[in-house]
Write a protein of this length. Structure first.
Length: 96
């Protein structure tokens, strides 16, 4: 991953996870944090070694989208703590 890809992915992750009314300063802080995480991961391939956390915050009419199978889940999604990849339970078990 080059710097432009890391920046693009960091903005994508923050836009995906942040509330709509997030202040600009907080949005920039979150983008910087995600960028740092992704930069560390880009130095090596993320193997998602048991580092997934369950995201359950309620998202009316949006739900959660798996980035591997594009299936929408309504109760929760799993997110890699290192690279911020969102995956459903099925993809976590069978594709990663």
């Amino acid at each position: 991953m080059n710097e432009a890809d890391i920046e693009e992915r960091a903005v994508e992750v923050v836009n995906r996870d942040a509330p709509l009314n997030l202040e600009l300063i907080e949005r920039h802080r979150r983008i910087q944090n995600v960028r740092e995480d992704l930069w560390n991961v880009s130095q090596e391939e993320c193997g998602h070694p048991g580092r997934f956390r369950r995201i359950t915050e309620f998202r009316p009419r949006r739900g959660f989208l798996c980035e591997l199978c594009d299936e929408r889940k309504w109760k929760y999604i799993l997110q890699c703590r290192r690279c911020h990849l969102n995956v459903c339970e099925d993809c976590r078990r069978n594709r990663i």
